[in-house]
Design a protein around this ligand. Structure first.
Ligand code: IPE
Ligand code: IPE
Ligand code: MG
Length: 247
């Protein structure tokens, strides 16, 4: 059952995991799992919007993933380019804004070109945004941000004495994006794997056993329902959040 609209987390982030195991269970090559995973990216993009989510961030390729066998990395990049080529029209038609986080400048030229084109053609849409985390890793992101921030201080654009999370966080790859409210990880693993470490400081986490290629709109609804059962306290007491109920 879908959660009531007012409690839908505006920004959902997903660690899409389990493609390899999905394939292995079927005696298929890992890349088949990734192919099926791309189908799930498609369905989840629209499922999230149907449920009232405003921003969906998908962890598609981590900096650490370059260490996988060259064959798998190559196949993932080919798949990514193919996906972007196929989705461009759909994003424009269905008003999905595409953004990215991560060191996209290190991705193959063909992927970068498709990303630029798609982001340019969808930049005016502001109802719903799909953020792809590509060549992303929080630790590298922080180091890159610290470097840019230091350069801005040296150039007199920022004042060291005015440093705050508000000013520094704008130098992160996520820039002006809102923090994720709900982070979902599929495949049963209960770790963060260098994903949005700082941005998820107050996110709710839901870990699900389902392998990413099998993830459905119903699973997303289940995660949102779980999110609705949580009380986000942000350091306050429960009584402070619900003064009437405490009496
Ligand atoms: C997630 O599935 C996709 C990427 C990390 C690119 P995996 O490929 O990690 O699948 P498992 O964890 O091996 O099952
Ligand atoms: C995290 O999954 C990265 C992505 C989903 C893109 P991994 O499968 O790479 O993470 P670990 O290695 O199990 O921590
Ligand atoms: Mg994995």
């Amino acid at each position: 059952m879908p959660a009531p609209a007012e409690n839908v987390p505006p920004h959902v982030a997903i660690i899409m995991d389990g493609n390899g195991r999905w394939a292995k269970q079927r005696g298929l090559p890992r890349i088949e799992g990734h192919r099926r995973g791309v189908e799930t990216v498609r369905t989840t993009t629209f499922a999230a919007r149907d449920l009232g989510v405003r921003m969906l961030t998908l962890y598609a390729f981590s900096i650490e993933n370059w260490k996988r066998p060259q064959e798998e990395v190559g196949a993932l990049m080919t798949l990514l380019e193919y996906y972007l080529k196929k989705e461009l029209e759909t994003f424009v038609r269905d008003r999905v804004r595409l953004r990215t986080i991560g060191r996209t400048e290190e991705l193959p030229a063909g992927v970068q070109k498709m990303l630029r084109t798609t982001m340019e053609e969808t930049k005016h849409f502001n109802d719903y945004t799909l953020v792809l985390a590509l060549n992303y890793g929080s630790r590298t992101e922080v180091v890159d941000a610290a470097r840019s921030y230091a350069a801005a201080v040296a150039a007199g654009k920022e004042k060291l004495n005015d440093s705050s999370w508000g000013t520094f966080s704008r130098y992160l790859s996520t820039g002006d994006m809102p923090d994720p409210d709900l982070v979902i990880r599929t495949s049963g693993e209960t770790r963060i794997s260098n994903f949005l470490l700082l941005q998820a400081a107050y996110a709710e986490f839901v870990f699900m056993p389902v392998l990413w290629p099998d993830f459905t709109k119903a699973d997303l609804s289940t995660a949102i329902a779980e999110y609705n059962r949580r009380e986000r306290r942000f350091g306050l007491t429960s009584e402070q959040l619900k003064p009437a109920a405490a009496k």
